[in-house]
Design a protein around this ligand. Structure first.
Ligand SMILES: Nc1nc2c(c(=O)[nH]1)N[C@H]1C(S)=C(S)[C@@H](COP(=O)(O)O)O[C@H]1N2
Ligand SMILES: [Mo]
Length: 432
């Protein structure tokens, strides 16, 4: 067995033992990433995703931690650099608990397969690289002010992880200070339990409403800087900030930026002002959680089918969601080939009045009258700025035009609704 096969076998053993409701996700055998998803979208009928069902994405093997020896150092533009033990972080700083819907920027990547001529290098997420949890920790603002960190606008915080094996690129992210001081935390509990090893024990950063990649796990250093990590000086730290997790066209190399001022991923993409956008704030998204793909459903006594799901829009508010069942014909392809076949008419969904929290998904419910037969259901959410999920996953040629999510070689940020639909068979009540 290769080293990677040994690592993967160990990861799968941990899944079986501790996360029975997770399943490993398909990827190339020489890809080191460990990824697991909930076994069914029914998981998303729970507002809080239980740890046993919460997706995992680790670029390296889960590090072995001696919690008593773990230190987080605060360095760079600070009055006084400090080293904090986990105990100090827990005991000596304020404690807050906040919800955050974590979504991997690679969610929906599998939809890019048809147009990506490259081998399947990356983890082939279909639809379930997302989960919602309550995260408990201390505001980064408190930690930075305590050591006199420069938190003025335009500064950056490099969050550095301790998981990279020797000689590998350090997992690290540059976070804009405006976001850091507004709501980011150094978290040590997840849904009330200590952080599990796979989710960053003993401490991780949580960046509410932003793609998962920003929430650096196993944090060892927080460095206050006047720019992003870039250039030769930061060579070993820039893979996950400047090369991966960028929206890059076919054959392009992303340009390293030292600073940017727009952190809304969709805005970066649409405005074209920043070359090769960064994956920060999440694009508007929705997922049907019930009925699940392939289900047979019988209308209720009112003749209606109930559709349930979740919708979110990163650190923006999700404004509305609607469901369509127009692609009466066939299934898997309300697709790239004929996206026009779905989404002619839409039925507005209603949000649950409960659980309205910033940075967290909302439940929706929608009642549909459908004739017996096979139907493909798709959901489309719109955010507070009026931005809706586009209908299809684009081709490298198409760009943002034509209601298509822009193709990119890493397969990031895909929120095209046609990819996330479910096929259901409606039975006539008298067939029973
Ligand atoms: N140190 C470190 N932090 C990390 C990662 C990693 O590989 N190493 N993966 C990131 C990515 S890409 C995602 S999507 C989230 C996943 O968080 P989860 O496994 O707790 O769901 O963690 C992020 N933080
Ligand atoms: Mo991710």
């Amino acid at each position: 067995m290769t080293d990677y096969e040994v690592e993967d076998a160990e990861f799968e053993r941990v899944l079986r033992e501790r996360y029975p409701n997770l399943r490993p996700v398909e990827k190339a055998p020489d890809n080191r990433t460990k990824a697991a998803r909930p076994k069914s979208r029914e998981s998303f009928r729970q507002w809080l995703t239980p740890i046993e069902e919460f997706y995992v994405l680790n670029h390296y093997p889960t590090p072995e931690i001696a919690p008593d020896e773990w230190r987080v150092s605060i360095t760079g533009q600070v009055d006084e650099p400090v080293e904090l033990s986990v105990e100090e972080i827990v005991e000596e700083y304020p404690t807050v608990t906040i919800p955050h819907t974590m979504e991997c920027a690679g969610n929906g990547r599998a939809a890019f397969d048809d147009v990506d001529g490259e081998p399947r290098r990356y983890v082939q997420w279909r639809d379930s690289a997302v989960g919602n949890a309550q995260w408990t920790g201390t505001p980064l603002r408190a930690v930075l002010s305590d050591c006199g960190g420069d938190t003025s606008d335009g500064t950056w915080l490099a969050a550095i992880g301790g998981d990279a094996p020797d000689g590998e690129d350090v997992f690290a992210r540059s976070l804009p200070m405006s976001k850091v001081v507004s709501d980011c935390i150094l978290a040590y509990r997840m849904n009330g339990d200590p952080l599990p090893p796979e989710h960053g024990y003993p401490v991780r950063v949580i960046v509410p409403g932003w793609y998962g990649v920003n929430s650096v796990k196993w944090v060892t250093e927080l460095r206050v800087m006047d720019r992003m990590m870039a250039g030769p000086e930061w060579e070993a730290y820039t893979e996950w900030q400047q090369r991966s997790y960028r929206l890059v066209g076919a054959g392009d190399d992303p340009r390293e930026h030292e600073s940017i001022a727009e952190f809304d991923t969709w805005e970066q993409t649409a405005s074209g002002e920043i070359s090769e956008p960064y994956l920060y704030d999440q694009n508007v998204m929705s997922l049907i959680s019930h009925p699940v793909d392939g289900a047979t459903v019988v209308p209720g006594s009112d003749g209606q089918i109930e559709v349930l799901g979740v919708a979110w829009a990163g650190d923006d508010r999700v404004e509305s969601v609607a469901v369509s069942a127009d692609s009466a014909e066939l299934s898997s392809a309300c697709s790239q080939a004929s996206p026009g076949d779905c989404g002619k008419t839409w039925q507005q969904g209603e949000f649950s009045a409960c659980e309205i929290e910033p940075n967290a998904w909302r439940f929706f419910r929608c009642q549909l009258s459908l004739p017996p037969g096979r139907h493909r259901l798709v959901s489309r959410a719109t955010d507070e700025h009026g931005r809706s999920q586009p209908s299809k996953t684009g081709t490298p040629e198409a760009g943002l035009a034509d209601d298509a999510y822009p193709w990119n070689s890493g397969g990031y940020g895909n929120n095209a609704y046609s990819h996330y639909g479910v096929d259901v068979i409606v039975e006539s009540p008298d067939e029973r």
